[in-house]
Design a protein around this ligand. Structure first.
Ligand code: 5GP
Ligand code: MN
Ligand code: MN
Length: 331
C-alpha cells in the first residue's frame, strides 16, 4: 500500500473539520472528486465543506449535489476553520485559486493524477497510473469504510467517465474499467452521468459553428486549431462553459495528431486546451507555456491579445511538434 495514501487516510480519520478543494475551471473529474470525498467524509460524521474558487459550469447542476460546492467568499465569510484541507485533481497551487491562502496554515493533502504535479501539500498522493482522480477518491473512501449508495456511486463514476472521454481515451485501462464496474455494482448509473452531455442548448451549436468557421490547419492537417473570442461567446449568447468538448471535436478530425483550442473567457485572458491522439506529449507544451496536464490532454492560460497569443502558441506548437516527431521516429 502506498505510504502517502495511508498517511492521508490516517489524517482524514482524525480530522473533524475538513475543507475539500477542487481546481479552477472545474471539469467532471474535479467536481466528482470534490463531491465524492465530501459525501464520503460527511457519511463518517465529519464537518466537511466542499469548495471551488470558480463558477461551476451549468450542466453539472444536473446533479443536485453540485449545490453543495461553495465559492471562496462564501467559505471565508462563513468563518469555517478547517483542521485539514484535502485538495483534489489540482497539479499546482495556482490551480486552486484563492484557496492557496490556506496553504501553510492548515495540514494539507494533495490527491492527484497529473504527472506535472508540484507536490505542494503537506502530504501528496500523486499517481499517474490513474485515469482520473475520482478513482483515487474511491480508494480513500473504501479504506475509510464509507458505505456507498446509488448517488455517491453515480457521482464517483462521473469523474472516471469524463476524464476518460466515456471510456474511449488511451487512459481507459483495466483499472478504469474495474473501478467503474465496482461503482456500477454499488448502484452507479452511467446513463445518469451521460445526461450532463445530453442537455445542450441550441446556442451551443451556433457557437460550435463559429468555432468551425475559425478552423485552421498546419503540418498537412496534423495540427488543427481554432478559437473563440469573448465577442464570439457574447454574440452567441454563450459563456466559456458552453464550449466544453469543442477541443475534442477538433481532435476527432481525420489525420489530426494535435488539436488546439483557444478560448478568450475574459477580455485578454485566454485558456488554451491541447489534445493529442497517438504520440504528441501535450503536457510538455503546456508546461513550457506555464500550464500543465497529461500527455494527451493539457492546458494553460495566457494573458494578452487573442490574435497574438494564437500566433505565438501555434509557432511554439509547430516547433515542439517537429522535435517530438523526430524523437518518435528515432525510437
Ligand atoms: P482542459 O484543456 O480541459 O482545460 O485541461 C486539460 C488538462 O490540462 C486537465 O487535466 C487540466 O487539469 C490541465 N490543465 C488545463 N489548464 C491548465 C493550467 O492552466 N495549468 C495546469 N497546471 N494544468 C492545466
Ligand atoms: Mn481536472
Ligand atoms: Mn483529472
Amino acid at each position: 500500500m502506498n505510504r502517502d495514501f495511508l498517511s492521508i487516510v490516517g489524517e482524514l480519520n482524525l480530522a473533524k473539520k475538513i475543507l475539500v478543494v477542487g481546481h479552477i475551471m472545474p471539469d467532471g473529474d474535479d467536481i466528482s472528486s470534490v463531491l465524492s470525498a465530501t459525501l464520503g467524509l460527511q457519511k463518517l460524521g465529519k464537518e466537511v465543506v466542499a469548495c471551488i474558487d470558480w463558477r461551476i459550469p451549468w450542466y453539472f447542476y444536473e446533479f443536485d449535489e453540485t449545490n453543495l460546492i461553495k465559492g471562496y467568499d462564501e467559505v471565508v465569510n462563513s468563518g469555517f476553520e478547517p483542521d485539514f484541507m484535502l485538495i483534489v485533481d489540482a497539479s499546482s497551487p495556482d490551480r486552486i485559486g484563492r484557496f492557496q491562502e490556506f496553504l501553510g496554515k492548515v495540514t494539507t493533502a494533495v490527491v492527484d493524477h497529473h504527472g506535472t504535479n508540484t507536490l505542494f501539500g503537506t502530504l501528496n498522493w500523486v499517481d499517474t497510473k490513474f485515469g482520473s482522480t475520482a478513482q483515487m477518491i474511491l480508494r480513500i473512501n473504501t479504506e475509510l469504510g464509507v458505505s456507498y449508495d446509488e448517488r455517491l456511486a453515480t457521482i464517483n463514476l462521473m469523474g472516471i467517465a469524463t476524464d476518460t472521454g466515456f471510456f474511449r481515451y488511451s487512459n481507459a485501462d483495466e483499472i478504469v474499467f474495474s473501478d467503474a464496474t465496482k461503482l456500477v455494482s454499488m448502484g452507479g448509473k452511467a446513463y445518469l452521468v451521460s445526461r450532463i452531455f445530453e442537455n445542450k442548448r441550441i446556442e451551443q451549436f451556433k457557437l460550435l459553428s463559429t468555432m468551425v468557421e475559425h478552423i485552421c490547419t498546419e503540418n498537412d492537417g496534423k495540427i488543427v486549431y481554432s478559437y473563440l473570442s469573448k465577442k464570439d461567446y457574447e454574440s452567441n449568447n454563450c459563456t466559456e462553459d458552453d464550449s466544453g468538448g469543442f477541443v475534442g471535436e477538433l481532435r476527432s478530425i481525420q489525420g489530426v495528431e494535435l488539436a488546439i483550442f483557444f478560448s478568450e473567457y475574459e477580455k485578454n485572458e485566454v485558456h488554451i486546451s491541447f489534445r493529442s491522439k497517438d504520440w504528441f506529449d501535450c503536457s510538455k507544451l503546456a508546461v513550457l507555456l506555464g500550464g500543465g496536464g497529461h500527455p494527451r490532454a493539457a492546458g494553460c492560460t495566457l494573458k494578452g491579445e487573442l490574435s497574438v497569443i494564437v500566433e505565438q502558441v501555434v509557432r511554439e506548437a509547430k516547433l515542439m511538434f517537429s522535435t517530438q516527431l523526430e524523437a518518435v521516429k528515432n525510437i
